[in-house]
Write a protein that binds this ligand. Structure first.
Ligand code: HEC
Ligand code: HEC
Ligand code: HEC
Length: 356
């Protein structure tokens, strides 16, 4: 009996001595396998989330749309995990890059953010592009809001005309959507072709544009434009009459009534689900990132043309992008038609009461 116990003891020791090292010796390959699976899962999960939430700015193949940076580059792949995780979690202040982590007011859990980091480091972007196409989520082509070469040439011919043409470029890109291409104002913003403004000292207008008008759509542009850009656009505002006298033709902004048809509404609904839902929430009822837009209160107070302008021009200094450079006129009309068609059934959603 004691003999047997002794043998069992020896056997057990041998098992420990032989098997355990064998096991630990195979351990790394097992771990690698697990890691591989983790990478694949992270990449697959993130591809869907990328398609819905990020492609609209960073492009279906990570190529970057408009001014949004490309993610498909060695420079980005080689960023440290900490840096990548930080920019996705917290966003970059004063840019369109939002904070996406739940704890920063975004919509993703920390494991999902980790997956995005792995995704950006590992993914084959051709795969993402094809997948996004299959999902029907390829972002629409960029349409630049244009100032013609002829306009720039005739401006440049005026005294100190170079300043005017740079001012006009800033204006076309950042201000025209609200203040109108001809400076005459729109339903949501006052005219900047105005004697009252021209009577103001230049520094005051610079200050106004730099700081914005709190509580209105007029953002503080000091965060988004350089002092030179601001001073050139203010110069343009002060000299607006000269432009008219010099017979420079401004593209007319139409006061539009948005057409509506079942097809247009259907197009708008599809586009809304692709480009707007990620922030404005399912059914447009709002999310932590953006207010409700399919909302009785907003829709009854806001005419079509104003909704159009908000979508085209964005709301500077907030997450609301200017879609005018990415969507066509028809796209935006379809969005307005869709939103308007939802008005009868839209709930009354009060804006959240924010603590201070
Ligand atoms: C509304 C447009 C928009 C959306 C949507 C968006 N981004 Fe960005 N993203 C930007 C902009 C603009 C920047 C550059 C910010 C700056 O100037 O530093 C940026 C920067 C980044 C960077 C840093 C790149 C670099 O070169 O430093 C990463 C990584 C990134 N975004 C990932 C994402 C991910 C992941 C998503 C989706 C969860 C996403 N972004 C959604 C606009 C967007
Ligand atoms: C999203 C719409 C929007 C955009 C874009 C916008 N503004 Fe404004 N702006 C407004 C509104 C609304 C007001 C009126 C604010 C108020 O109620 O005092 C305003 C006021 C102004 C005023 C004062 C007008 C006055 O008579 O007092 C100036 C000057 C001005 N904006 C210049 C600019 C410039 C320059 C840009 C581009 C860099 C710009 N705005 C972009 C909406 C906008
Ligand atoms: C990256 C996030 C984001 C995306 C994507 C986005 N929005 Fe917004 N949107 C916002 C935020 C944030 C606001 C609130 C801005 C403010 O504080 O005034 C807003 C405001 C609006 C408003 C004005 C609502 C109000 O109550 O004044 C409309 C209309 C609107 N968005 C329509 C759209 C449409 C249509 C799309 C898709 C083409 C879209 N948005 C996509 C973030 C977003």
């Amino acid at each position: 009996m004691t003999q047997l116990l002794k043998w069992i003891g020896i056997l057990a020791t041998m098992v420990i001595v032989i098997i355990v090292p064998l096991y630990t010796w195979t351990e790394p390959t097992q771990q690698e396998k697990l890691l591989d699976e983790y990478y694949t899962d992270a990449v697959l999960a993130s591809t869907e989330l990328y398609a819905i939430n990020c492609a609209v700015c960073h492009g279906a193949a990570g190529e970057g749309i408009g001014d949004t940076p490309t993610l498909n580059s060695d420079a980005v792949r080689m960023m440290s995990e900490t840096d990548l995780s930080r920019v996705i979690s917290r966003g970059r202040s004063n840019t369109l890059m939002a904070a996406w982590a739940g704890e920063e007011g975004g919509i993703f859990s920390n494991p999902q953010i980790d997956d995005f980091v792995t995704f950006i480091q590992q993914v084959n972007w051709e795969f993402v592009e094809v997948r996004i196409q299959e999902m029907g989520l390829t972002p629409p082509e960029v349409i630049e809001m244009g100032v013609s070469d002829e306009m720039l040439a005739s401006l440049a011919a005026l005294p100190n005309g170079d300043a005017l043409s740079s001012g006009l470029l800033v204006y076309a890109e950042n201000c025209a959507a609200c203040h109108g291409a001809n400076g005459a104002g729109t339903i949501i913003a006052p005219a900047i072709d105005s004697n009252d403004l021209r009577a103001m000292p230049q520094e005051e207008i610079v200050e106004l544009v730099t700081k914005g008008v709190p509580g209105t759509l007029m953002a503080s542009w000091g965060n988004l434009l350089t002092p030179d850009e601001i001073s050139s656009v203010v110069d343009l505002i002060l000299r607006w009459r000269e432009l008219l006298q010099a017979d420079i033709e401004f593209p007319e902004v139409e006061v539009m009534s948005i057409p509506s048809s079942p097809e247009l509404i259907a197009e708008g609904e599809r586009l809304f689900n692709i480009t707007c839902k990620s922030c404005h929430g399912v059914d447009g009822y709002g999310s932590p990132m953006a207010p409700a837009v399919i909302n009785q209160i907003f829709l009854s107070e806001t005419p079509d043309a104003a909704i159009y302008q908000i979508i085209a021009g964005g709301v500077p200094d907030t997450l609301m992008p200017a879609w005018g450079s990415r969507l066509t006129d028809r796209d935006i009309q379809s969005l307005v038609a869709f939103m308007r068609s939802m008005e009868p059934s839209a709930p009354v959603i009060l804006p959240p009461i924010l603590g201070d």
